[in-house]
Design a protein around this ligand. Sequence first.
Ligand code: C2E
Ligand code: MG
Ligand code: MG
Ligand code: MG
Length: 282
Amino acid sequence: KAAGKSAYRICTPALREAAVGRAELIADLRRAVRDTDQLELEFQPIVDLCTGAVRGAEALVRWRHPRHGLLRPDRFLPLAEETGLILAVDRWVIRSACRAAADWQDLAAGTAVAVNVSAGHLRRADLTATVADATDAAGLPPGSLTLELTESALIEGTDAVLDRLGQLRALGVRIAIDDFGTGYSALSYLHRIPATELKIDRSFVRRLDDADRRAYATVEMIRRLADAFGLGVVAEGVETDAQHEAVAAIGCPHGQGYRYGRPRPLGELRRLLAEAPDRTGH
Ligand code: C2E
Ligand code: MG
Ligand code: MG
Ligand code: MG
C-alpha cells in the first residue's frame, strides 16, 4: 500500500503532463478547425477488380499539426468527437471532397468521392442541408458523392435517422455501410437502411491470406447478401496478391487497399485518373 501511495505521487506529474498535452491538443484542434488551413484530405482509389480502373476515391482527413507533423485520424478524431468539433471537421471534409470531385469530373466523369460521416453528424437534422449545399456549391452531381456510415452509427437507427437517410437518398447521394461485419446486428437493420453499398471490413479481408476458410465464407456471404439486396460491394484493406485473387474469385466487384494504392494528395489522385487507360472499358 505504501508503495502504491508513492507510486501515485510519482504518477501525478506524468498524468498532469498528459492532461496538459490533451488540453493543448484540443486548443490546437479548435484553432485548426476554425482556420481549416491545417486540415488536409488524402484520396485513396477504389478500383474495379476486373479491369483495375479507378471507380472512385475515399477522402480521408489529416491534420498537419505545426509541431507534431501530419496526424492520422485516429490521433485526433476521438478528441474531435468528445468536444463536438467533429461536426466542423466533417462539414469541411464534405465541402472540400465535393469540390475536389467536381474538379476531377473533366478527367474522369462519374468517378465518385466517398466521405466518412460521424455518428454524431448523422443524428443532426442539418446533415441533409450540409450535403445538399456542398454538392450545389461544388456543382457535383449528387450521384457522385457517397456517404460512408458505420454500422454502429446506423444501429442507433431512430426514425429520425432513417428519415434523414431517406432524404439523402432522395437527393441522389449514395450511402455505404463502412466496416461492414464489425457491428453487432447487421441483419436486423439492413433491410430498413436505404444503403447502396457495403464495404467489407478489412479484418475479414486480411484473413483471406491464410486461406482461412471461415474468412472466405464470411466475405462470400456478405457478397451474396449484397447481391440479394441489390447493393454494391467494396472489399476494404486489400494488401496482397493473394487477398486480391480471393476477393476477385468471390466476385466482389470493387476493392480498396494498399494493393491498388495508398491514400495520396489530390494532385496525385488526379494524375492517376489522367493516366488511366480507358476507364469506360470499351
Ligand atoms: P475507414 O473509413 O475504414 O478508412 C479506411 C482506413 O483504412 C484509412 O485509414 C486507410 O488509410 C486505411 N487503409 C486503406 N487501405 C488499407 C490497407 O490495405 N491496409 C491497411 N492496414 N489500412 C488500409 P485512416 O485514413 O487512418 O482513417 C481511419 C478511419 O478514420 C477511417 O476508417 C474513418 O473511419 C475515419 N475517418 C477518416 N477520415 C474521416 C473524416 O473525414 N471524417 C470522419 N468522421 N471520419 C474519418
Ligand atoms: Mg470509410
Ligand atoms: Mg472502412
Ligand atoms: Mg475500416
